[in-house]
Design a binder for this molecule. Structure first.
Ligand code: 6PG
Length: 257
């Protein structure tokens, strides 16, 4: 694991534009290297705004959308099409506007009938295992880039501080009693998050500053899950100034003054 890098942008809007540009480049590079690319999306304000910025970017035409697999890091366990589902928001922000191959878009299961979050997690783990085998065969990482937001409490995906899901050794976990609504969720587990080639934590706003500081100053991942979210090859903290406000000066070099 390489040490995290920190990039600080002037404000939330500059941050999402810069992350969108970086994401387009990352997907193009992955496709050039191994023919296709695999991305994990996040819910949350900054994550969805980034997808909107990709959709609006003239550079989006550089991505071969047909050769992209789309996964989710977590999902709010709600009925299909619910406006609060991360899937619904990602589709309207980006996926409905680019020619993705529907067979390569892997939303987490929705709340239908008797399905529980645990059942949904198990189904998603099966889809993931098939992808893992396929990508291993081609020598590509399972995920080229995995996007995460960070909560004011330091949660990432639906892995909340001190929550039992953090200790679950299954690849995908059903979450009950999440402190951020809705209480029922599905999440990739920490080991699966950590298997991504690159993990990008996209964080804006002053309410996130204490969590960003704690994660980067060595807090444990049980108290501050974001502290454990490292990629195999790169971990990038992509921040606006407000989220970076509590970082010590040696970490706080500003990219967009
Ligand atoms: O489903 C969700 O809510 C998430 O995926 C969650 O982990 C989110 O990314 C953070 O809570 C940050 O969200 P904000 O950027 O909206 O604060």
């Amino acid at each position: 694991m390489t040490p995290p890098t920190v990039v600080i942008h002037r404000d939330a809007e500059t941050l999402v534009q810069a992350v969108a540009a970086r994401l387009v480049t990352r997907l193009v590079d992955a496709q050039a290297a191994h023919g296709d690319a695999s991305v994990v999306l996040t819910g949350g304000t900054a994550g969805i705004a980034t997808l909107r910025a990709v959709a609006a970017s003239p550079a989006r035409g550089a991505v071969d959308w047909d050769a992209l697999s789309v996964w989710w890091g977590d999902e709010r366990f709600l009925p299909p099409g619910d406006p609060d589902r991360n899937e619904t928001q990602a589709r309207s922000a980006l996926l409905d506007h680019v020619p993705v191959d529907p067979a390569r878009v892997f939303p987490m299961p929705a709340a239908v009938g008797d399905l529980t979050p645990e059942d949904g997690a198990e189904q998603y783990a099966q889809a993931l295992a098939a992808q893992t085998a396929k990508r291993a065969h081609s020598g590509a990482p399972v995920f080229d880039v995995l996007l995460l937001g960070v909560g004011p409490d330091g949660h990432v995906a639906s892995l909340f501080p001190e929550h039992p899901a953090l200790h679950d050794d299954r690849p995908v976990v059903g979450v009950r009693g999440a402190p951020k609504p809705p209480p029922l969720r599905i999440s990739l587990s920490m080991p699966v998050i950590r298997s991504a080639d690159e993990v990008w934590l996209v964080v804006a706003g002053p309410d996130k500053a204490p969590a960003v500081r704690m994660a980067l100053e060595g807090s444990g991942p049980v108290q501050v899950p974001a502290a454990g979210a490292n990629g195999e090859r790169a971990t990038r903290w992509l921040l606006d100034r407000a989220a970076a406000a509590e970082l010590p000066a040696d970490l706080a070099r500003v990219a967009s003054p």
